[in-house]
Design a protein around this ligand. Structure first.
Ligand SMILES: Nc1nc2c(ncn2[C@@H]2O[C@H](COP(=O)(O)OP(=O)(O)OP(=O)(O)O)[C@@H](O)[C@H]2O)c(=O)[nH]1
Ligand SMILES: [Mg+2]
Length: 225
């Protein structure tokens, strides 16, 4: 694929408590797979993915910085907040503590990131509280866990804080790409309104290619030699 087969590059950060599934969400997005025993992230990890937003007729390259949830890495991970245009603020729907702690993560992001950054609250691991014998992606009955954060409560808090919201599962893949898409659409709207631009916003980069050289399937329209 051509190196210029995108309209925008958008920088995302992924934050939240340790073990809520940040790296798993990124691996699901970029590699469409789930690791049962991933190593905890040491500092930051990076992943990239091209997505298409058909409604906007745009191809967007997501550059995602997946940060460690462990406290000892905070000063390193904070330095990656600067310049991000999007943030996935992740908690585990079976952990009340991880939801309580997203307040601290959000405060941290607001202190160190672009004030116009788009933030989406992601309640991960919904598969753990979804029984259903016909649903192969749901947890086996023995591994079912109690949901500790009701959807309505998280949704309400997200609304109060001006965040987008989705529940997802890195294990089943449910809503993973959708979380990034919803946030990306919001960022594209901000670009159109002039909130983000190429000069002032390091988290957003515009393609130098002409629009006519790009197709929404991510492939260049011409120059196939
Ligand atoms: N059932 C289930 N388990 C998940 C899901 N996402 C992650 N996990 C598991 O949760 C554990 C932690 O996942 P990670 O992706 O390493 O969590 P993290 O937030 O990146 O953790 P740190 O890097 O330490 O901050 C692993 O055992 C994963 O397999 C999910 O959607 N469902
Ligand atoms: Mg991780």
């Amino acid at each position: 694929m051509s190196g210029v087969a995108w309209h925008y590059v958008i920088k995302f950060i992924i934050t939240g408590d340790a073990a809520v599934g940040k790296s798993s969400l990124l691996v699901r997005l970029t590699d469409q797979r789930f690791l049962a025993n991933p190593d905890p992230t040491l500092g930051v990890e990076f992943g990239s993915k091209l997505i298409t937003i058909p409604e906007e007729n745009k191809v967007v390259k997501l550059q995602c910085w997946d940060t460690a949830g462990t406290e000892s890495f905070r000063s390193i991970t904070r330095s990656y907040y600067r310049g991000a245009a999007g943030c996935l603020l992740v908690y585990d729907v079976t952990s009340r503590q991880s939801f309580t702690n997203v307040r601290t993560w959000l405060a941290d992001v607001r202190e160190h990131a672009d004030p116009h950054l788009t933030c989406i609250l992601v309640g991960n691991k919904v598969d753990l509280c979804q029984p259903g014998p016909s649903d192969t992606t749901a947890a086996a009955p023995s591994s079912l866990r109690q949901r500790e954060v009701p959807t309505e409560e998280a949704e309400l808090w997200a609304k109060e804080e001006g965040l987008l919201f989705v529940e997802a599962s890195a294990k089943s893949g449910e809503n993973v790409e959708a979380a990034f898409e919803v946030a990306t659409k919001d960022i594209l709207t901000k670009i159109q309104r002039g909130v983000f631009d190429d000069d002032r916003s390091p988290g957003v980069k515009l393609s130098k290619a002409r629009d006519t050289d790009l197709a929404i399937d991510g492939q260049p329209k011409s120059g196939c030699c």
